[in-house]
Design a protein around this ligand. Structure first.
Ligand code: UDX
Length: 435
C-alpha cells in the first residue's frame, strides 16, 4: 500500500472514531488519532482495545504502524489536514444534543486554521453553519456515519451510501472527502451541510419509527391471535416497505436511536414545530420494555421475592455497549416490583456490573438460570440458542421464559417443558407442539 495517501486525523476515539481510524489505516492512510483521555490513548498505544467490536482488534493490530494515538492537539494539527470529528454528542437532560465536546474541539483550533473539519458526530442541523461562522478560515464538511455497532468495520468498509455535505466555498474540501471514500464503493451523495445533518437524524428516526411501529403491531397481534413474524414478513415483501428493522421485541436501545430521535424532536421543537410522531415513537419504546413485567405477572402473580434471570444485558448482541440498554430499565422495574434479579451477558458483564449495582451477576447462562422462577431473554446472543433448554427447565424453579427478542423456537421450548411468552408471537398450545 502506498504511504503517499493523504494523512487522516481523527478526533475522539470512541466507537466511531476508532473504527474510522482503523479503517482508513487499512486503506493505506497514515492516521493520527487524538483523544483527551490519557489512559485511553496509552492503552490504545499498547495495542489494547477498550471495546468489544468484531474485527476491530485485528485491524488495529495489522495497521499499528500507520496509526499514532495522542492527546496532543498540535501533533494532530501538524499530522493531518483532514480532521474527522468523532466525539460524542450525548443527550442533555432536556433531550437536546449536548454539543459541548464538539464546541471544545472547535475552540482548540487556531483562529486561522485552514484544516478541513469533517463532522462525523451526529449534530443538529445548523451546527455546521455556526462552526463555519466561528472559524471562517476552516473548511467544513458534514459526513455522517451510519455504521452499526457489532458490524461496524463491515459497515464502514461497505457503505450503502456516503453523504458528503458542504456549502458554497467548500467544494474542494468535499472533493477531498469524496476521494477518501471512493475506494469503498457505495453511492456518494453530495448535499449542503444542513441537509447532510438532517439525513443522519431522519434516517435514525425513521428506523426507530419502524421498530416502534412493528412493536405496536406485535401488541395488537397478541390481542387478535395473529403472529407478528408472519405479519412482518408479509409486510416486508412489499418492496416499498422492506424486511429490515421489523423485528418486534422489547424496544430499541443503544447510543444512537434514543438520543437521535429525541434530538430530532427537540430540534423541531426549538423551531416551534411539534414533531407529533416522534413523541409516540419514544413513548412506545418506553412502554415496550415495561410490558415484560405484565407478562411475568400473568404467570407468576406478584413478583415479590421471585428470582428473575436476565439473559443478555448489552443493548444488542456482539457488543458490550450498555448505553440505553433495555436491561437497565427492565432490571429496575423488576426490582421495583420486589423481584430478585440475576443477570448474565457473555461480554458486557463488566460494563453492566457498574450500572446494575444491585443485580447479581452470573458467570454463565446456566448459573443465572439455576433456581430462577422466570427468565427473560433480553439480548439475542447466539449462545442462548445453543443452550440445552431441557436441562435448563430442570434446573429452574419454574421453567417460564419471556423471549424479549422472539429469538428462540417456541415449540422447542414448550417441548422442553417451558411456559413460553414471546412478543406478538402466536404460540401453539403444548398439546399441538407435542403432537
Ligand atoms: C444505529 C443505526 O442502525 C446506525 O446506522 C447508526 O449509525 C447508529 O445507530 P446501532 O445503534 O449500532 O446503529 O444499532 P442497530 O443495529 O441499528 O440497533 C439499534 C437497536 O434497535 C437495538 O437495540 C436493536 O435490538 C433494536 N432493533 C433493531 C429492534 O428492536 N428491531 C429491529 O428490527 C432492529
Amino acid at each position: 500500500m502506498s504511504e503517499s495517501l493523504k494523512p487522516v486525523g481523527v478526533i475522539g476515539v470512541g466507537w466511531v472514531g476508532l473504527v474510522t481510524a482503523a479503517c482508513f489505516a487499512e486503506l493505506g492512510h497514515p492516521v493520527v488519532a487524538r483523544d483527551i483521555v490519557q489512559e485511553k490513548v496509552d492503552s490504545l498505544s499498547r495495542g489494547e482495545v477498550p471495546l468489544h467490536e468484531p474485527e476491530l482488534e485485528d485491524l488495529l493490530r495489522r495497521n499499528a504502524e500507520r496509526i499514532t494515538f495522542t492527546t496532543d492537539m498540535d501533533e494532530l494539527l501538524a499530522g493531518a489536514q483532514l480532521l474527522f470529528v468523532c466525539v460524542d454528542t450525548p443527550p442533555t437532560y432536556s433531550g437536546d444534543a449536548d454539543l459541548s465536546r464538539v464546541r471544545a474541539v472547535v475552540q482548540e483550533l487556531p483562529e486561522d486554521s485552514e484544516h478541513v473539519l469533517i463532522m462525523k458526530s451526529t449534530v443538529p442541523a445548523g451546527t455546521g453553519e455556526s462552526i463555519r461562522r466561528d472559524v471562517p478560515s476552516l473548511s467544513y464538511v458534514s459526513c455522517p456515519e451510519f455504521l452499526k455497532e457489532g458490524t461496524a468495520v463491515k459497515d464502514f468498509m461497505n457503505p450503502d451510501r456516503v453523504v458528503v455535505g458542504a456549502d458554497e466555498g467548500d467544494e474542494a474540501a468535499a472533493d477531498a472527502v469524496e476521494e477518501l471514500y471512493r475506494p469503498l464503493g457505495g453511492e456518494i451523495l453530495r448535499t449542503d451541510v444542513a441537509s447532510a445533518e438532517m439525513i443522519k437524524l431522519a434516517s435514525n428516526a425513521f428506523l426507530a419509527t419502524k421498530i416502534s411501529f412493528i412493536n405496536e403491531i406485535a401488541n395488537v397481534c397478541e390481542e387478535v391471535g395473529a403472529d407478528v413474524g408472519q405479519v412482518a414478513k408479509g409486510m416486508g415483501l412489499d418492496a416499498r416497505i422492506g424486511t429490515a428493522f421489523l423485528r418486534a421485541g422489547i424496544g430499541y436501545g443503544g447510543s444512537c436511536f434514543p438520543k437521535d430521535v429525541s434530538a430530532l424532536k427537540m430540534l423541531a421543537g426549538n423551531t416551534g414545530y411539534h414533531f407529533q410522531l416522534l413523541t409516540s415513537v419514544i413513548e412506545v419504546n418506553e412502554l415496550q420494555k415495561r410490558r415484560v413485567v405484565g407478562k411475568l405477572e400473568k404467570h407468576l402473580g406478584s413478583l415479590i421475592g421471585k428470582r428473575v434471570a436476565l439473559l443478555g444485558l448489552a443493548f444488542k448482541p456482539d457488543t458490550d455497549d450498555m448505553r440505553e440498554a433495555s436491561s437497565l430499565v427492565l432490571a429496575a422495574r423488576l426490582q421495583g416490583e420486589g423481584a430478585e434479579v440475576v443477570g448474565y451477558d457473555p461480554v458486557a458483564a463488566e460494563r453492566a456490573g457498574s450500572l446494575l449495582g444491585s443485580v447479581e451477576m452470573a458467570t454463565s447462562a446456566m448459573e443465572a438460570l439455576e433456581g430462577a422462577d422466570a427468565a427473560v431473554l433480553v439480548t439475542e446472543w447466539r449462545e442462548f440458542a445453543a443452550l440445552d433448554w431441557s436441562a435448563v427447565a430442570e434446573r429452574m424453579a419454574r421453567p417460564l421464559l419471556v423471549d424479549g427478542r422472539n429469538f428462540l423456537d417456541p415449540e422447542a421450548l414448550i417441548k422442553a417443558g417451558f411456559e413460553y411468552e414471546g412478543i406478538g408471537r402466536k404460540v401453539s398450545s403444548p398439546r399441538a407442539a407435542t403432537a
